[in-house]
Design a protein around this ligand. Structure first.
Ligand code: PDD
Length: 275
């Protein structure tokens, strides 16, 4: 059963529970996390909760519960839903107050959903997906997992309308990340990804892949790279909580080779982390 949580209780996922004066609803004033549950166990939970705390700090938001309490609600939610492959969505907003830009004095509000995880199509996971390059029109603090996702939504929609899986964003000629993923490329045996600056979300999957690459002695470098470097790469892939390690087969008009030794290795090694 898909279920939700709002404020201090579990609710039906289809129930209309968000008050009109919710700041998440009125200003997008809040933060979120997406956590994948494999076989009943939340994957990289501490890492996600640590990032949630960091996002909260960055927007001067006080969490409504302790991390321990949050973990208890997560466990309770997992018991209530009968699914074992779950996508947990956590959202924390600056609370419910008459609409005014200044911070209210009320407590922040927690909402969560526990849904059956979306599984990436087997064919896509094997053959890869196509991506399209697009201008990165977001604000400067993309390391914060903020609720303000309008530029990401518009980029993803435009990419999909042109038949692509993901929009790869470009700022000042350099690749930042995908609209809802990080990007890696392989060139002459070395694995590269955009540095974890304020311009990108510091993906939990990204960090796990970097750790794996180090463990497997795959040469790795965090490096800013431009559009032509990307288009001339040997292999490329995107990472996120929902897509894990997903190969890229084509970047706009540029077709990549179907021979992807490093992506294939990392894909399998990543799955081994939760199997
Ligand atoms: N998106 N970059 C952006 C802009 C993202 O929105 C995401 C995740 C990532 C990958 O982060 P992680 O590996 O921690 O999931 C990178 C989530 C899944 C979402 O918004 O649904």
């Amino acid at each position: 059963m898909e279920i939700a949580f709002y404020g201090d209780k579990f609710v039906d996922i289809n129930e209309k529970v968000i008050p009109i004066q919710e700041r998440g609803h009125q200003f997008g004033d809040g933060i979120y996390e997406v956590i994948r549950v494999y076989n009943g166990t939340p994957f990289l939970l501490n890492e996600h909760l640590e990032r949630l705390e960091n996002s909260a700090k960055a927007i001067m938001l006080q969490l409504p519960t302790t991390i321990e309490e949050l973990k208890q609600i997560i466990n309770e939610g997992l018991q209530k839903t009968e699914f074992t492959e779950v996508e947990i969505y956590i959202q924390i907003t600056r609370g419910i107050a008459p609409r005014a830009h200044l911070f209210p004095t009320v407590s922040s509000e927690l909402s969560m959903t526990f849904k059956n995880a979306r599984i990436v199509d087997k064919d896509k996971r094997e053959k890869g997906v196509t991506v399209t390059l697009m201008e990165d029109e977001r604000w400067k603090n993309c390391y914060i997992k903020s609720l303000n996702l309008l530029p990401n939504v518009l980029a993803k929609q435009k990419a999909a309308s042109e038949g692509h899986e993901e929009a790869i964003l470009v700022r000042d000629g350099f690749i930042t990340e995908g609209s809802s993923s990080n990007i890696f490329v392989v060139k002459e045996g070395t694995l590269y990804t955009t540095p974890a600056s304020i311009q990108i979300l510091h993906g939990i999957t990204r960090a796990a892949v970097i750790k794996l690459a180090n463990k497997m002695n795959i040469p790795f470098e965090e490096m800013k790279f431009d559009v032509s470097f990307l288009k001339q790469c040997d292999e490329a892939f995107i990472t996120s909580t929902s897509v894990e390690v997903l190969p890229i087969s084509k970047i706009d008009e540029v077709e990549l080779s179907a021979d992807r030794p490093i992506v294939d290795t990392l894909k399998v090694e990543f799955q081994n982390l939760y199997l």
